[in-house]
Design a protein around this ligand. Structure first.
Ligand code: AKG
Ligand code: FE2
Length: 309
């Protein structure tokens, strides 16, 4: 059975010599062009931080329902999700603007009226470390495509959201859908999981589901729809879902990036006769609004529908 490429992007290994860096750039681009994602091995999240973020997740998800539903969102369609008859056994809380002190502290205050410094510090350290992974990999992509000067402005205009996901194990012996198939509406999404095991599945270009057996040191690095548009279709956001099997609940952490203030448009370097422009320029948050308010879930390809040429 096919499996996703595994690529070491640990800072300590990459800095050692530049030929390994160039080789890793190639691997990253090839994986993202072929699968829209890969498994990154990354040393920026220590095992202590791994344990701390999942302890924080447990503490958060253990809060009473009346508290968790205070996590609302008026824009990006995130906020609390849970106890839905359509998607039983799935629960999620979301911190918006999670790389900012205000974002994390406002969330913590909502959940724990007198604040929760340990939680805030852990969430903040984790999201910064994962954002660093995104930057490392996207610099490789930008360098390989010769579009570094187009990537640079994104760095100052990126919002990160942090999601805490819980999937209950199925009641009987039958596997159960934990999260319906979708592509992410982000620029990039990075996924991390508490314990070794399966759950996440990725659809390949030949329409086969690949099970992702993720280790606690692995991160699934995934292109979102906005990356598809920006790379002029070279890196397609993969359709993915969660399937639950066995007796254990599954916990995952997801960091997604959103580009504000800038128009999303493929750089000229990625447009030529062989690669005519595929998407009209658009704003990321307007695309999110479209997704939130126009019920785009029914569409087979929301990005094409929204801004396809
Ligand atoms: O928990 C997972 O592995 C997948 C989550 C996901 O696809 C999402 O939050 O968009
Ligand atoms: Fe997703």
């Amino acid at each position: 059975m096919a499996s996703l490429p595994v690529i070491n992007v640990s800072v300590k290994d990459l800095n050692s010599d530049s030929s390994s860096w160039a080789k890793t750039c190639d691997e990253v681009v090839r994986a993202l062009e072929e699968y829209g994602c890969f498994i990154a091995i990354y040393d920026g999240v220590s095992s202590q931080l791994h344990d701390a973020i999942f302890a924080a997740s447990q503490e958060l998800l253990d809060l009473p329902y009346e508290v968790k539903i205070l996590n609302t969102s008026d824009g990006a369609g995130h906020g609390y999700f849970g106890q839905s008859p359509k998607n039983p056994g799935f629960e999620r809380l979301t911190i918006e603007k999670a790389t900012t002190k205000e974002g994390v502290e406002a969330f913590a205050k909502l959940m724990w009226p007198s604040g929760n410094d340990t939680f805030s510090e852990t969430a903040s350290t984790f999201v910064h470390a994962v954002a660093q992974l995104e930057e490392i990999v996207m610099r490789m992509v930008a360098k390989s495509y010769g579009i570094e000067q187009h990537y640079e402005p994104f760095l100052a205009s990126t919002d990160y959201i942090l999601k805490f996901n819980k999937y209950e194990s199925p009641k009987g012996d039958e596997p159960r859908l934990g999260l319906f198939p979708h592509t992410d509406k982000s620029f990039i999404t990075i996924l991390h999981q508490k314990e070794q095991g399966k759950g996440l599945e990725i659809k390949t270009k030949d329409q086969k589901w690949v099970e992702v057996d993720l280790s606690p040191s692995g991160f699934v690095f995934m292109a979102g729809d906005v990356c598809t548009a920006w790379t002029n279709g070279r890196m397609e956001a993969p359709v993915h879902r969660v399937m639950m099997e066995g007796k254990k609940d599954r916990f995952s952490m997801v960091v997604s990036s959103y580009i504000r203030d800038l128009e999303i448009q493929a750089p000229q370097e990625l447009v030529d006769e062989e690669h005519p422009v595929q998407y009209k320029p658009f704003e990321h948050y307007k695309y999110i609004d479209f997704h939130t308010y126009q019920n785009s879930r029914k569409l087979r390809n929301p990005l094409k529908h929204y801004c396809g040429v």
